[in-house]
Design a protein around this ligand. Sequence first.
Ligand code: TRP
Length: 455
Amino acid sequence: MQTSTERGAWGSRLGFILAAAGSAVGLGNIWGFPTQVGQGGGAAFVLLYLGCVFFICAPIMIAELVIGRRAQKDPVTAFKVIRPGTPWWLTGMLGVLAGVGILSFYSVIAGWTIAYVWFAATGAPGTGDATSAFFGNFVGNGTTSFGLTVVVLIATALIILGGVRAGIERATKIMMPALFVLLILLAIRAVTLPGADAGLAYYLRPDMSKIWDINVVNAALGQAFFSLSLGMGAMITYGSYLSRGTSIGSAAAWVVVLDTSVALLAGFIIFPAGFSIAGFDPSGGGPGLIFTVLPRLFDSLPGGHLFGAAFFTLLTVAALTSTISLLEVPVAHLIDARGWTRKRAVWVVTGLTAALAIPSALSNGASATLSALPGVGMSFLDLMATIWNEMALPIGGFLIAVFVGWVWRVPDALVELNAEGARMPFAGLWSFLIRYVCPAAILLIIVFKVRALLG
Ligand code: TRP
């Protein structure tokens, strides 16, 4: 039934979905999402998050991919190709900077997950309340934290340099389903723990008064952009490797559904497991939430040490398929736009990122000043996450939506989306969302957030 060219196209579509889903699924889903739900007050945050994912972020995922495929270039050059002689390339530049900024704190947390492979295997975090003290002690050691950060950055650099893309894709094909299965098993265990009901209620029954808190709305928007790898041109870069005739709409739908399922599953593990612990405060864990709750869950399982080690191994792989996409944006830019060699680009960006990662690695107890910045009330790592996730990514997303909806314009984008017989599903709905809903909603959130910050 299928001609060989059709099979070929299918193969590249699958490879692309794996790469894009690999970029999207990462610490944002399993570490970030539960942490944000805990700080945003539970189910209200979940509801806002889902709204942001489907009405704002999914249309922007399509917009990024179509820009990339049309231009076949890095994010900065892509804007120059589609609208030469205009300042729109600055949107791509913001993305290049965001790539370095996000990687600088992401690699610190990915370093913790590497250590937890070993800790979980040996039972080092202990049981009960000891897990929190253990985590605090561990991240408070700046040398260890930064050392692990460097391991993550070098591993990322070597993967991108070695051209072992095919190997990574093969690994992702096995590891991602394995991660998914493990998450489902853990969720089943967590919801059957005594006291899990309170966790489920917290996670699923929204307190409507929290829906109107602009800080929670803004955090949900930032988290949705972060989790889907949007707003900084990562999907422009990945789209630039796509061939015509691949349906961008349905590929994007796959990535959005996979990413969102993994995040929701993580919540079904952390909250029931957390609330089964006496005196649990979901907002109290901060960045340590999964590192303190999960070891206790593993401890309640037969063969828990093995389970725990497998879980943190898969989480580390998921984090690495994300760091690859973060590093690839600035690297692709230096190669495409400045004519650097791949090698030079990779090592220069890795070095810069490592330098910027130092204060984040020291901000979890090692340095008192960095751990609670005077006048800011948060750690340097939290400040980085806030600046890039809650500010830079939504602003980048806003500019991308305006660009596709009003500058390049929907009819021209649709020509690319429908190229070579691909059919863009729900084209009318997408056109409406990308032109009106995305820009207006993001702008409103930014304006109210700035007002709240000033007032
Ligand atoms: N989406 C990844 C996660 O959830 C993080 C990530 C990778 C990212 N590439 C990105 C976030 C590009 C923003 C932009 O862990």
